[in-house]
Design a protein around this ligand. Structure first.
Ligand SMILES: [Mn+2]
Length: 272
């Protein structure tokens, strides 16, 4: 079963970014539950940012699981990434992500590595960056397995990384890893830029597909851009995808409208 989710950001440094709900975690849970989403995806400043009692209380009160947790605060707050030319900074990046894996795992949620993958350039060649990324994903993937959750890796579009930008590259890379615990995140906005055909990109992810960022061509809620979602939904069904399609979209024209449009599109595409 394909399940719906929606994002909330608690990271002030990410303001202006593509998250539907902002700042108020309790309010986001309440609105997410009311609109009928299956789960919530949390972009938090760090592993200690949300009190355990509060989060467990919200999960119970609203019956909403956590779909995933983002790790990008390591980048936007601390300037860390896994392919930094400085070994100490790379270690800090891994430590930050390990903390986020541990935090998410308490609620059964996988951590997502997106911007924390970094970019190659300067003292770091593309080959060296991919070697560093592979080392980090092997270590963190096995750590996540020990915590009982997968680790999710997200190829990004060319303006956000120069490492891996398509599902085909992503699945080839995951196949080369020692760890078997890393899954791909297919972000439909990035794919709209990088894939020749988005539905085919999902098929290229194939058995590695673990999570989808469900969003339109312009990073607005699904239904507010020009993406043709029919073939995308068909590809996800064909793959028997059983994860979350999670709205990582701008709160435009406002959070509630973006959320409503998303759940409406989700129902039209996946509940027919
Ligand atoms: Mn994304």
């Amino acid at each position: 079963m394909i399940r719906s989710a929606i994002t909330v950001s608690l990271v002030s440094e990410a303001r202006g970014g593509p998250f539907v709900f902002w700042d108020d975690l309790s309010g986001a849970f309440s609105r997410t539950a009311k609109l009928g989403f299956d789960a919530i995806e949390i972009f938090a400043p760090g592993p200690d940012a949300v009190e355990d009692k509060l989060l467990r209380g919200l999960i119970d009160q609203y019956g909403l699981p956590v779909a995933a947790v983002g790790t990008g605060a390591g980048m936007v707050k601390h300037g860390l990434n896994l392919t930094d030319s400085d070994a100490g900074r790379r270690r800090q990046a891994r430590d930050f992500i390990r903390g986020m894996i541990d935090w998410g795992a308490k609620y059964g949620a996988p951590a997502i590595i997106g911007s924390m993958q970094g970019k190659w350039g300067g003292a770091i060649s593309r080959e060296r960056a991919l070697e560093l990324l592979a080392e980090a994903l092997n270590e963190l993937g096995d750590h996540a397995a020990a915590c009982g959750v997968p680790l999710v890796y997200e190829p990004l579009n060319r303006y956000e990384t120069n490492l891996l930008t398509t599902m085909s590259e992503g699945s080839g890379f995951l196949r080369s890893l020692k760890t078997k615990n890393v899954r791909l995140l297919a972000d439909l906005f990035h794919m709209n830029i990088e894939e020749a055909n988005v539905a085919q990109g999902l098929r290229d992810a194939g058995r590695y597909l673990g999570h989808v960022h469900f969003v339109d061509s312009n990073r607005r809620a699904a239904g507010l851009g020009h993406t043709d979602f029919g073939p995308i939904a068909a590809a996800l069904r064909e793959l028997n995808f059983a994860g979350y399609v999670s709205a990582e979209a701008f709160p435009l024209p406002d959070s509630d409208t973006a959320a409503k449009k998303t759940i409406e599109s989700y129902r039209n595409l996946f509940k027919t």
